[in-house]
Design a protein around this ligand. Structure first.
Ligand code: PRX
Length: 654
């Protein structure tokens, strides 16, 4: 049975236990429905009240929403605040000694950082940034391992009003260059090396390689955190050690007071063209989304120990490590390493040791751990857990049930959170003390999120009939624009087909008779490999940049652990290779993609043809390629194909 069929036949439903419901912040469906009604009745005061309750303002806002220049919405626009102040300073009067971060390094060493210590570190680093001439509005690229300093760097930027753009540490020099160039970054913050699974990651060397490429002229300095004893090549006058920069800096730093819609950060994500999009988020609206969804979706309580296994290089690490949990004053575990090092019990041992109560991870991690059997989690005391979350891709019901039973002991609600880089915070997710969960469904929208499923004309579709997932009203944490490309923002997210009224998420979804949402996958040429979003065009551009390659088409195919795997159909400039020759060139091209974009984009499967299947008008038939990649029998009509004979060449993996 295909995943789609198994999902649509899923009938199991898991209401919260009485005990969980009684203690929950939002307790029972009546409470959930009341919040939704409040949002329906008075949408603006619903969000306005939350913004007043959850954010500390330097100067209050007088207007909730300015939609005069839709879809470039502004929220709380004359309000003044600072995000870092909200994440740190305001907790100090009562919680200065509360642990903010429990950092576990790759080698198992644990460092605890209180809110007052984190505040001190952020202020000193912020002063260091200022001493380099970084000021409000400047762009700073952060290319760091998952260490405390990555969070300090982000918070320090927020403190002085600089706009950070975090680039995932697995991306290549070319990807760093593209992001530096598009953002016009003045500064890059990195580490000499990262440490993951006992291996070093050459971050500084990659930055050096990027800086040598055309397009990085805007960068004046590179700040280098010394994570390992390994050295680093040094460019005098440009490179500065982190520890030297903070030496002697004052332990206080007056926050830069920002307007609510001043950009907090840019985060690049893949779309349907070769060029990643700089998703620009605001200060107040974004922070509100992160904090509010954190307390609702995770039913946060002040004595929780929360752990999100994401990397700060992705939106999940922004909203649910750096900003949401700190904004609310939570204690969280931050992990540098990987789930399988030094052994596959790492996650479970850490949950036991740190008494984690809320655990948030990706389906791909769950699936890779399932393969190792039920015995491993059972060797650890996981009784501290009270809630489990997932994010990033659809979770298959089998993995959901394993997570629920083997990890959660049948007692922890599973919060499947659907959202995106663009939405900034969780949109569709069960409020765990209220909404019964179903394996494989992200359930119902959070109150205030008006999600729907529509057809091409924008009309709502019947339950059971798939369609486009849209959000019908603007909400505070929504992307404000694409950096440097407002036209693309408008066309991509508020297309004319829906009269520019709806936010088009780019996913297809289905709804069951209970109104539950089931996400089916992307409607554009975006793949989701291990929860990482990759544009097929980006990988195609990387492939055709190789001197051997004439043409390439990239599609996804289902993969047991990764969710999706990359398949590339390639036409070489020379003859079509066969046998060992083909294998050798395929290996070369895989390395090439890893070098051009990063290992995460490496094709699993490369197939060579003398040509690609095209219509008579020259269009590549991608649907056909998707079927071929999956190994499906070809049932499509191929009579319009210019060159049907090449199908045979593409059917088998090497
Ligand atoms: O296709 C959806 C999938 O991930 C896409 C967003 O990717 P990104 O911007 O990298 O953000 C990932 C972390 C929020 C979505 O368009 N996706 C995300 N969460 C889920 C999901 N698909 C199904 N279920 C989810 N819970």
């Amino acid at each position: 049975m295909s995943t789609l069929e198994s999902i649509l036949k899923e009938t199991r439903s898991f209401p919260p236990s009485d005990d969980f419901r009684h203690k929950a912040t939002v307790s029972g469906m009546e409470a959930y429905n009341a919040l939704c009604e409040q949002a329906d009745d008075s949408y603006l005061s619903f969000w306005g009240d939350l913004a007043r309750e959850l954010i500390t303002w330097k100067k209050p806002f007088s207007r909730v929403l300015d939609d005069s220049n839709a879809p470039f919405f502004k929220w709380f626009d004359d309000g003044v605040l600072n995000v870092s102040y909200n994440c740190l300073d305001r907790h100090l009067p009562l919680n200065a000694n509360k642990i903010a971060l429990i950092f576990e390094a790759d080698d198992g060493e644990v460092t605890r950082v209180t809110y007052s210590e984190l505040h001190r570190r952020v202020c000193q680093f912020a002063n260091g940034l200022k001493s380099l001439g970084i000021a409000k509005g400047d762009r700073v690229v952060i290319y760091m391992p998952m260490v405390i300093e990555a969070i300090v760097a982000m918070q320090a930027c927020a403190r002085i009003g600089a706009i950070h753009s975090v680039v995932f540490g697995g991306f290549s020099a070319g990807a760093v260059r593209d992001r530096v160039q598009d953002a016009g970054a003045k500064l890059v913050i990195t580490a000499n090396e990262g440490l993951r699974g006992g291996k070093t990651v050459p971050l500084k060397a990659t930055v050096d390689e990027a800086m040598a490429l055309e397009g990085c002229e805007s960068v004046q300095n590179v700040v280098v955190y010394q994570r390992t004893n390994g050295g680093a090549q040094w460019t005098e006058g440009r490179d500065i050690w982190w520890h030297k920069l903070v030496e002697g800096q004052a332990e206080a730093c007056e926050p830069e007071w920002m307007l609510a819609d001043d950009p907090l950060f840019i985060l690049y994500t893949s779309g349907s063209t070769g060029k990643p999009k700089g998703i620009q988020h605001s200060s107040a609206g974004y922070l509100l989304g992160a904090i509010n969804s954190f307390r609702w979706a995770f039913d946060y309580k002040p004595n929780d120990v929360y752990w999100c296994t994401a990397d700060v290089g992705w939106i999940t690490g922004h909203s649910y490590i750096c900003y949401g949990p700190l904004g609310i004053g939570a204690t969280q575990v931050v992990f540098e390493g990987v789930p399988t090092y030094p052994d596959a019990g790492r996650f479970w041992r850490m949950i036991e040791q740190h008494k984690v109560s809320i655990f948030y991870t990706a389906p791909t991690a769950i699936r890779s751990l399932i393969k190792l059997g039920n015995d491993l989690p059972k060797q650890y005391d996981l009784s501290s857990l009270r809630l489990l979350g997932t994010v990033g891709e659809p979770i298959n019901p089998e993995a959901w049930m394993w997570y629920y039973e083997v990890v959660g002991g049948g007692r922890c609600p599973i919060v499947d959170t659907w959202w995106q880089t663009e939405t900034g915070s969780a949109m569709i997710a069960p409020i765990p003390g209220a909404v019964p969960t179903k394996p494989g469904s992200c359930t119902l929208p959070l109150p205030g999120i008006i999600a729907d499923i529509v057809d091409e004309s924008g009309a709502q579709v019947e339950p059971g009939r798939g369609g486009f997932l849209v959000i019908k009203k603007p909400f505070p944490s929504l992307v404000r624009t694409i950096w440097n490309d407002p036209d693309r923002f408008k066309k991509t997210y508020f297309p004319d087909e829906f009269n520019g009224q709806y936010y088009l998420a780019g996913d297809s979804a289905n709804r069951d008779e209970n109104g539950y949402f089931w996400i089916m996958g992307r409607i554009d040429d975006v793949l989701n490999v291990s929860g990482h979003r990759l544009g097929t065009m980006e990988i195609e551009s990387a492939l055709v940049a190789n001197p051997l390659v004439a043409e390439a088409a990239v599609v996804g195919k289902p993969h047991e652990v990764k969710g999706e795997a990359v398949v590339a159909f390639v036409v070489l400039k020379g003859a079509r290779p066969e046998g060992d020759d083909a294998k050798k060139i395929a290996a070369e091209l895989k390395n090439w993609v890893a070098h051009e974009i990063g290992k995460i984009a490496q094709p699993d499967d490369i197939r060579f043809g003398e040509n690609l299947p095209k219509t008579r008008s020259g269009k590549i038939m991608r649907r056909l390629l998707r079927s071929i990649a999956k190994g499906e029998e070809i049932t499509q009509d191929v009579s319009t194909l210019e060159n049907p004979q090449i199908l045979g060449q593409l059917q088998n993996p090497l």
